[in-house]
Design a protein around this ligand. Sequence first.
Ligand code: ZN
Length: 75
Amino acid sequence: MPCEVWHSLLERCYEAETAYSQAITSSSGLVGVEFDKALQRAEQAREVSLVCEKALLHHEQMHDCIKKSAFAKAS
Ligand SMILES: [Zn+2]
């Protein structure tokens, strides 16, 4: 199994992506300034999710916990 750090990163990615799609959904009924605000929230959530994805990839490369777990399964 990947380590706990990996899991918490994945959870943060998931939360950010959920926040992004919720912000997009809630923006659909809005107009004017409220619409702009909703789009801004969506954009922020999208940025957070991108950062999380990068951190997740970085962790996988540095920590090797995914490969290790795959190896453990194979042997
Ligand atoms: Zn790890």
